[in-house]
Design a protein around this ligand. Sequence first.
Ligand SMILES: [Ca+2]
Ligand SMILES: [Ca+2]
Length: 124
Amino acid sequence: MQVKLVTALAATGILVSACGDKDAQRAQADANAVGFVPPSVTSRLDFGASMERRFRTLDRNGDDRVTKDELPSPNARIKAFDRNKDGVITAIEWSEGTLAWFDRMDLNHDGTVTSEERAESRKR
Ligand SMILES: [Ca+2]
Ligand SMILES: [Ca+2]
């Protein structure tokens, strides 16, 4: 009797997990269909590093300054990094500007920005 019950439970367990996989696959397909972006967490360090790479990409002539002609399009946020308003964003202005931007998104000030914080700060 006992053994039968355990066997039955085991069989049920297998069925459930197989079913779960299918559900997960379907959920993933649905998520892809609506362009769902999974929740993410970005640390200040990772953000700084990826923004540094972005600066290097923008600075096509490698003079440690991003000039107007190197910007892909007029971007208010990037323009605001130009603190002394000389039309040029230096590497220092860029890193200060991007980290200040990160800190504004980091609503609970724990040094990481979650996708929720990013979305929330965009609304503000
Ligand atoms: Ca440059
Ligand atoms: Ca400047």
